[in-house]
Structures are given as structure tokens and as C-alpha cells.
Design a protein around this ligand. Structure first.
Ligand SMILES: [Zn+2]
Length: 113
């Protein structure tokens, strides 16, 4: 389960922000997860609680925003939304797609005290 390691990374980011901005408590961590990132939101919520214990993010709520997968279709010469990698273009049905977004996971926002 790589979500545990990912959560440790998130807590690391939050703790660094806490040092820089000087807050002592985080209420909400808003996380963006791309549809193509292979990260399971439910597993993230589960791991986050465990990893956040005894850190500045203890008791914080993890809010997850799922962002769509985006690919560039060479045949259509435009960006299209895809739900999975290796999926055909929704406009033309072709497979000449280059993934350009939706693979990443990042902390979008922190609500702090
Ligand atoms: Zn297309």
C-alpha cells in the first residue's frame, strides 16, 4: 500500500509549511488527486489519520478533490478528458493520445489556526 508513504510525504509538506508560516494546528488539508495517478482516495483518508497522529496535522480533515485526466489528441489537435490511461480519444476514438495532466497529486490548500 503506497498510500502510507504518500501520506508521510503530505505530512512532511504540512510540517514544513507550519514552520514557514508559523501555525500550530491544521484543520483541513485539501488534496488534489489526478484521475490517472493510481492513488486511491479512500486509502489516503485511512492512512492520513494514522500518519497525522502526534503531528501538527493531528485531527485534521483530509479533503480530496479528484482532478480529471487530460490528454492531447494528435488527430483532433486538442486537449480531451480521459478517465483512464490507454483509453481512446472521446472525440475521435483514436489512440494517438499524449497524457498531459491528471497524473499528479498535490496539496492544494491548508486551513490552519
Ligand atoms: Zn481525438
Amino acid at each position: 500500500m503506497h498510500e502510507m508513504a504518500l501520506c508521510e510525504g503530505i505530512i512532511g509538506i504540512v510540517e514544513e509549511e507550519a514552520r514557514k508560516r508559523g501555525f500550530a494546528k491544521v484543520n483541513v488539508v485539501c488534496l488534489e488527486i489526478g484521475a490517472l495517478s493510481h492513488v486511491a482516495p479512500e486509502a489516503m483518508k485511512f492512512c492520513f489519520e494514522a500518519v497525522a497522529a502526534r503531528t501538527v496535522a493531528q485531527g485534521a480533515k483530509l479533503e480530496i478533490v479528484e482532478t480529471p485526466g487530460v490528454a492531447w489528441c494528435m488527430a483532433c489537435s486538442k486537449s480531451v478528458e480521459i478517465k483512464q490511461r490507454y483509453e481512446p480519444c472521446p472525440s475521435c476514438g483514436g489512440y494517438q493520445l499524449q497524457v498531459t495532466g491528471g497524473e499528479e497529486m498535490r496539496v492544494r490548500e491548508l486551513e490552519v489556526d
